[in-house]
Design a protein around this ligand. Structure first.
Ligand code: NAD
Length: 399
């Protein structure tokens, strides 16, 4: 097998390489965090995570497995490594997750393919029938730029645009570390509709219905999907933008699922803004997150995906003393981000910040480090000058 030196290759808001040893450390740190916390009581036993290899979905799989000793099935869309090119970060993350789960005697199987397709749904259901019988928790954590409709074959693409009017605001050019102005044209009706098709609730519902029809949903099952609201300064691009329309559709789907399967079965969790592969693609958000990190760290409130999701499970999904819902029935683990004192500080900095004051007023260094960490880079513990093996098999994909 060929070993190679793997360096970060940044293309705009994405890193096209990933470091397997760094990804291993990144996942191990999340597992260690969960194991340092009290284990979850009344935790789900058989958990399906759709979008399980990075960000909030990976954190959900880690919390369910290492916090609640759950058997997990994870679905994701990742690139395998070759002798010439490293795998994607989510691939390496899943290698590490499975190895760690096996060490603890925990069942873990993974599917690398298109979660929107009927084939994957059929394969996953057959595996549940064979290995687990039923699932009692389904975490829906997909973030995708496109979807092939499994019925018509039509391809839909999501866009990140405002919907009310053309939008101009401050933006952080993360390559140049400069605050610049960005202008984005308003989306067309067609673009809004396509974004809803990709990031709305249709596929979530298809999953739950397919699992139900196959008889693999436990009577006490629960399903959760993730959303974001954020403060007014991001609304034009997020909450009132194309993605916000898709998230409204997701909320509507939760209602429909509750009407169909019983109240409280489907919940929406509103999560904190964090650096992930999906969020770094949204204009304005990197600047907002850099400022937010500065403020939340100074108040001792900063959390990453795994801390957020541990709190979601411990205080809400597995809690018997009653989850705190907002007026629309949503779980709010963004409550610390949305605290009045936090947001007042963020808005003050937002108005003031310039290229010259980025380091003083925002935590761009923290933003960048977390971004690099997503791909296994910028960990002082790893020697990046050493050759490493890019080809790493995911154990369950071999069986
Ligand atoms: P992410 O990019 O880290 O993860 C996306 C996951 O989806 C990966 O596992 C990827 O492999 C998988 N995926 C993408 N397309 C797929 C396909 N066709 N088939 C199978 N798997 C596929 O994203 P994230 O930021 O963790 O986002 C997850 C959810 O959390 C999204 O709904 C997002 O809107 C929501 N959310 C994110 C934030 C944030 O700040 N990052 C905040 C609140 C809510």
């Amino acid at each position: 097998m060929v070993d190679m030196i793997i360096e970060p290759k940044i293309r705009g808001f994405i890193c096209t390489t990933a470091h397997p040893d760094g990804c291993e450390l990144h996942v191990q740190k999340q597992i260690d965090y969960v194991k340092s916390k009290p284990s979850l009581e009344d935790a789900p036993k058989c958990v399906l995570v759709v979008g399980a290899s990075t960000g909030y979905g990976l954190a959900s799989r880690i919390v369910a497995a290492f916090g609640g000793k759950a058997s997990t099935i994870g679905i994701f869309f990742e690139r395998e490594g070759s002798e010439r090119k490293p795998a994607s970060a989510g691939w390496y993350n899943s290698v590490v997750f499975e190895a760690a789960a096996e060490k603890e005697g925990l069942y873990a199987k993974s599917f690398n393919g298109d979660a929107f397709s009927n084939e994957i749904k059929r394969e996953v259901i057959a595996t549940i029938q064979k290995d687990l019988g039923q699932v009692d928790m389904i975490v829906y954590s997909l973030a995708s730029p496109r979807r092939v409709d499994p019925v018509t074959g039509q391809i839909y693409k999501s866009v990140l645009k405002p919907t009310k009017s053309q939008f101009t605001d401050k933006n952080l050019n993360t390559d140049k570390k400069e605050i610049e102005s960005v202008t984005i044209e308003s989306a067309t009706e067609e673009e809004i509709a396509q974004t809803i098709k990709v990031m709305g609730g249709e596929d979530w519902k298809m999953w739950i219905e397919a699992l139900s029809e196959a008889g693999v949903l436990a009577d006490n099952f629960q399903t959760v999907a993730y959303s974001y609201i954020g403060p007014k300064i991001t609304w034009e691009i997020y909450t009132d933008g194309t993605i916000g329309h898709a998230k409204l559709d997701l909320e509507k789907t939760a209602q429909e699922l509750n009407n169909q399967f019983g109240s409280g079965k489907a919940v929406i969790s509103i999560n904190k803004a964090l650096v992930t592969q999906a969020s770094s693609a949204i204009p304005v958000v990197p600047l907002y997150i850099s400022i937010l990190y500065k403020v939340m760290k100074s108040k001792g409130l900063h959390e990453k995906c795994v801390e957020q999701i541990y709190r979601l499970f411990a205080d809400h999904l597995c809690s018997t003393d009653g989850s705190q819902f907002d007026e629309k029935g949503r779980i709010r683990i963004d409550n610390w981000e949305m605290r009045e004192d936090v947001q007042a500080e963020v808005v003050r900095i937002w108005k003031e910040i310039t290229t010259e004051t980025i380091d003083e007023l925002a935590d761009f260094a923290g933003y960048q480090k977390e971004f690099y960490n997503l791909f296994g880079f910028d960990f002082p513990e790893i020697d990046y000058n050493k050759d490493t093996a890019p080809i790493r098999p995911i154990p369950s994909l071999l069986r």
